[in-house]
Design a protein around this ligand. Structure first.
Ligand code: LIP
Length: 265
């Protein structure tokens, strides 16, 4: 069982505290599905409340660190200090529809490098964590990317464009990619949380993942997890620009290049 570092313990405690009200709110959301107003406003409040709890907990332990947050935007305290990158609910649409597949994601950006990340899945009580150079863990057990080497044996995850996301060009591009990957693999899944998609690549459940147009907070922690679990993460041109571009191709060591080639056709 891994001993969590002081930094990971701070991140875990913040996520754990935010998850308690979050799961009460999630229970309420399920009752709101039938109401005319719907759950949208309620979920946005849940998102904001969770982020506020996480920020408050992190500020107690690292008062001079900076923030990059999905709801609260960027806060600069000391430009020389590291930056927390926070997605309070990744998989917001799932949460809104009462689908139990979402996560809290917190990462650390230090000297322009992603150095630590945690992803907490409160529905399954799975805590994923990794720090640069020390490996990746789920609930304290070491995790590694899968060992599959053939596309035909592999299972992939992706994000399907939806209303307001992407363009006619990228939509057509995605459909071609999806067809190529689906027809050369054991299948493709779309569960609606990029953070959990990346955590499951790191855990060896998926063999790879790709999606365009993601936000930094969707992917920052997941990138650390995949790399520390022995996988590779790049943009669609195999460059180390996934975090900066939001265009992500992640896979185990044997399938990263085959997945890139399949996506390119
Ligand atoms: C979501 C991602 C998902 C993507 C959605 C959205 P959010 O994050 O996790 O993979 O397809 O467009 O970005 O908005 O739920 O935090």
């Amino acid at each position: 069982m891994a001993v969590k570092s002081a930094l990971i313990n701070v991140m875990f405690s913040a996520a754990d505290k935010a998850s308690r009200r979050m799961m009460r709110d999630f229970g309420e959301v399920e009752n709101l599905q039938v109401s005319r107003k719907g759950a949208a406003d309620f979920v946005s409040q849940a998102d904001i409340a969770a982020e506020a709890t996480i920020r408050e907990e992190l500020e107690k332990s690292r008062p001079d660190w900076n923030f990059m947050m999905e709801e609260g935007g960027s806060v600069q305290n000391d430009k020389e200090a590291p930056t927390w990158i926070i997605d309070p609910i990744d998989g917001t649409t799932n949460f809104l529809h009462g689908i139990p597949h979402f996560a809290i994601s917190i990462a650390v950006l230090k000297n322009d490098k992603l150095t630590a990340g945690i992803i907490y899945d409160p529905c399954r009580n799975e805590f994923f964590h990794a720090e640069q150079g020390t490996g990746a863990f789920v609930n304290g057990r070491r995790m590694r990317v899968s060992g599959r080497r053939q596309m035909a044996d592999a299972l992939f995850a992706t994000g399907i464009p939806f209303l307001g996301r992407g363009s006619e060009e990228t939509d057509a591009q995605f459909q071609e990619e999806l067809n190529r990957v689906a027809k050369s693999s054991s299948g493709v899944r779309r569960f609606g949380s990029a953070a959990l998609d990346l955590a499951w690549v790191a855990a060896g459940r998926y063999d790879g993942f790709w999606e365009r147009g993601l936000s930094p907070w969707d992917i920052a922690a997941g990138i650390v997890l995949v790399r520390e679990a022995g996988g590779f993460v790049s943009d669609f041109s195999a460059r180390d620009l996934a975090f900066k571009s939001g265009n992500v191709v992640a896979a185990n060591s044997a399938l990263h290049v085959p997945l890139l080639k399949t996506l390119r056709g």
